[in-house]
Design a protein around this ligand. Structure first.
Ligand code: ZN
Length: 410
């Protein structure tokens, strides 16, 4: 009897709702709820877990590659830092990479070729005995960079790119560009002598949502810049969004992009998982899962427009674990191994060597390296900290967690 009553009441409720037009409203609300749930379940997928599925499965592990021998890779985005930190960072980079772009955001920034020559010497002095490694130096673009400085950079033979930081965009970027008109002569000279412009692609406008700053930069700055300088080589550094991928793909062969390991491994949930996680905080900040999927799609596509740039950026543990903690992830200790896990997780190891060792060199007009490097499937645990100079330590990405791949020594 109770069931019958519920049916009757339900019938009249429906009838009333239909008469008052509520059913349509309820249906559209219900559709919206389903959309939100679908959206959130994608975003809520635990980050990093899928990366271990292959190595955790004995059956699959038996079917997959256990050694990868590739042309020794290059890192096209690295923050070596300076002073006694170099002794900690340089050996880690040189054991995995034959060449690396040395970013110029020191204090004070490397704005002249003279400064770049001196910084290069300091990096080389920190190399272990017998190591073969070439730092590719860069200049820090300011409103005052002249065309003559660009010609001097090209003539030096040691400067390979110029970096554009919008003023205030990230660590030590206070001297960055404030006026796009002011850099026109420098950009023209760079296009003329074939020096690439490396771009930190985020607007710094406090009114723009932090997750939308890359997309806004493309529309406001990058597209006009590329249109005005059709012969200028441009690298969109550390892209993080589907808009970034689409922009690079839509441009001609003079526009390419680097992608970091953290933006391939994590979505923005990682920043908040189990409490605030300062060691995955970097700029541009990690994005929504759909953007991470777009980055994975980019590397899986095998397009030569995308290549390795770790953006490894060590900060002392105390500077990260503090009020106003610094932006930057430290990945130099496994700058290659992390990418290998990502490529394997999406079944794209056949695209790995081009991404790590060929695409970037070709874009910069450099020959492939002649040396080889072998990665082997050999698990190891990431230490909780690495030394950073004599008195400080840095907390690495994946601290305390297991890595699937190792660089084979000798
Ligand atoms: Zn960087």
């Amino acid at each position: 009897m109770r069931g019958f009553n519920r049916m009757v009441i339900g019938y009249y409720k429906m009838k009333w709702a239909a008469q008052s037009g509520c059913v349509r409203k309820w249906r559209s609300l219900n559709e919206r709820r389903k959309q939100i749930e679908a959206h959130e379940s994608i975003n809520a997928r635990p980050t990093g877990v899928f990366l271990h599925q292959f190595s955790a499965s004995g059956v699959l592990a038996a079917m997959v590659t256990n050694e990868l021998t590739i042309i020794k890779p290059d890192d096209f985005h690295h923050h070596f830092r300076d002073g006694d930190a170099l002794k900690s960072v340089v050996p880690l980079v040189a054991s995995r990479f034959r060449r690396a772009i040395a970013m110029p955001n020191l204090k004070p920034p490397v704005t002249t070729t003279t400064q770049a020559v001196a910084y290069r010497e300091r990096i080389l002095a920190a190399l272990p005995a017998g190591a073969i490694f070439t730092p590719l130096m860069t200049l820090y673009l300011t409103d005052r960079t002249t065309a003559d400085e660009i010609y001097a950079a090209r003539a030096s033979g040691i400067v390979f790119a110029v970096k554009l930081y919008p003023a205030g965009a990230t660590t030590n970027s206070d001297s960055g560009v404030t006026d796009m008109q002011a850099i026109r002569p420098a950009l023209k000279a760079m296009a003329e002598v074939g020096i690439p412009l490396l771009v930190h692609s985020e607007v710094t406008d406090a009114d723009v949502d932090v997750f939308h700053r890359e997309a806004a930069f493309i529309v406001r700055i990058l597209q006009p810049l590329v249109d005005e300088n059709p012969d200028l080589k441009v690298v969109m550094e550390h892209i993080t969004t589907s808009e970034g991928v689409d922009f690079v793909m839509a441009c001609g062969s003079n526009v390419a992009a680097t992608i970091t390991p953290q933006h391939l491994m994590y979505n923005r949930n990682a920043i908040f998982q189990g409490g605030l996680q300062p060691h995955v905080y970097c700029l541009p900040v990690l994005k929504h899962e759909r953007h991470r999927q777009a980055l994975l799609g980019a590397i899986a596509s095998g397009s030569s427009k995308f290549f390795l740039g770790t953006d490894s950026a060590p900060h002392p543990q105390t500077a990260k674990e503090s009020t106003s903690g610094c932006a930057g992830c430290f990945s130099a200790f496994a700058g290659l191994e992390l990418y290998a896990e990502v490529f394997e997780s999406i079944g794209a190891l056949d695209k790995f060597e081009a991404f790590t060792s060929k695409n970037g060199a070709a874009f910069y007009g450099l020959a492939d390296n002649t040396e080889k490097l072998t990665l082997q499937r050999k698990a190891w645990r990431v230490p909780m900290t690495y030394p950073l100079g004599q008195d400080t330590v840095v907390v690495p990405l994946r601290a305390g967690q297991e890595m699937a791949w190792s660089v084979k020594q000798g």
